[in-house]
Ligand binder design. Sequence first.
Ligand code: NAD
Length: 425
Amino acid sequence: MMLYKEPAPIKDRENPFESMMSRFNIAAEVLGLDEETYNVLKSPARQVIVNVPVTMDDGKVRVFEGYRVVHSTILGPSKGGIRYAPDVFLDEVKALAAWMTWKCAVVDIPYGGAKGGIICDPYSMSAGEIERLTRAYTQSLVDIFGPDRDIPAPDMGTGPREMAWLMDEYSKTKGSTEHAVVTGKPLVLGGSLGRVEATGRGVMVSAMAAMDKLGMDPAKSTAAVQGFGNVGSWAAKLMAERGVKILGVSDVSGAYWNDNGIDIEEAIEYKNNNNGRLEGYKGAEQMDPDDLLTSKVDVLVPAAVEDVITIHNVEKIQARLIVEGANGPTSYKADKIINEKGIMVVPDILANSGGVTVSYFEWVQNRMGFKWTLDRVNERAERIMNESFERVYAASQKYNVPMRIAAYIVAIDKVAMTYKYRGGF
Ligand code: NAD
């Protein structure tokens, strides 16, 4: 009997929930948050663990463990993606759910935060197996999800295809078509124009805003991007269009470097024709992936996984600016050294919030029964990203704190104020 592979052990990684809480604690102290509100905001409102049986292609039934954590519904229905990965674990989902709360608050959209995950390896499963798993997970959470309650979206390992299955399964159970129960859907099913590239576009917009503050000319700047999936490849492409020379990129297959700048359009085309991977890409030299983050570039965009900038490599980082496309790429312990080195960080909850912003637009369009043009989506998203950047920058000046703590301050302040108006029991 073939047993399912156990998740990889977490070696040397910070617990992401504790990492999130350490930043939360600093921001709460700067804000002078009262004890009652602190206790409300630190605790996830609801955590659900499900075990879903799924018939595999060989006829055997395998039971998959899945999670849905609703961190907060103070600002509105909770919002957050679903991650399919072999090593996803509850504290990671809890951290990601809390980050969604702060992210929605930073960009001032009326959502709370949630996140879901299933322990599985989608890359070793057939489409049929993934469909059955997605439908089973949806069934088990049908009382949690809802256009006015909790609205999932894609995250690592999921995309428009899974969102279509989720929407269909939920709609069948309810007996009516419920487009707005999920975002990141295919266009024909009520997806929004501009959603696919929204996160990468937001990363680019915040990179440009930060470069402006630092007096950096994009046309004279260089960058390295870790992760060449949805976020990384779009961020690289759009930054390159603004003149930034992308010297290095990486994905799970390795890291690639070209002193003259990588032709990002070409690399994306190569990846699209190569099962989503850069493996074998000839437009650049291969380099040690560990060296990418410490390479000589002006801007670093981690856009893959958590906990990659840590006490083990932070001293060697040469970039002046880090724009966090991924969620939680910098460990809490690395923050201090980054600040001492004077590196500006556009933190995840600000830099990658373009995705949830356009997800919100998708939800609004679904509820209006009306489609916006791509220009309208991009123009509104860009405005929100720039306004949010300015809000966070102003807080960093006012409280004399780094951008990350400033983003938490802006977010916590907004959620705390809303909580005060709504009241508790
Ligand atoms: P994706 O699955 O499309 O791409 C992930 C990329 O990272 C792939 O290229 C993969 O090969 C690469 N990768 C994985 N492990 C790596 C490693 N150790 N080193 C280098 N590369 C590695 O996922 P995505 O949607 O682009 O998400 C990336 C990050 O951005 C995640 O942290 C996710 O939570 C965050 N994020 C995504 C969105 C979104 O809208 N997609 C929104 C906000 C935040």
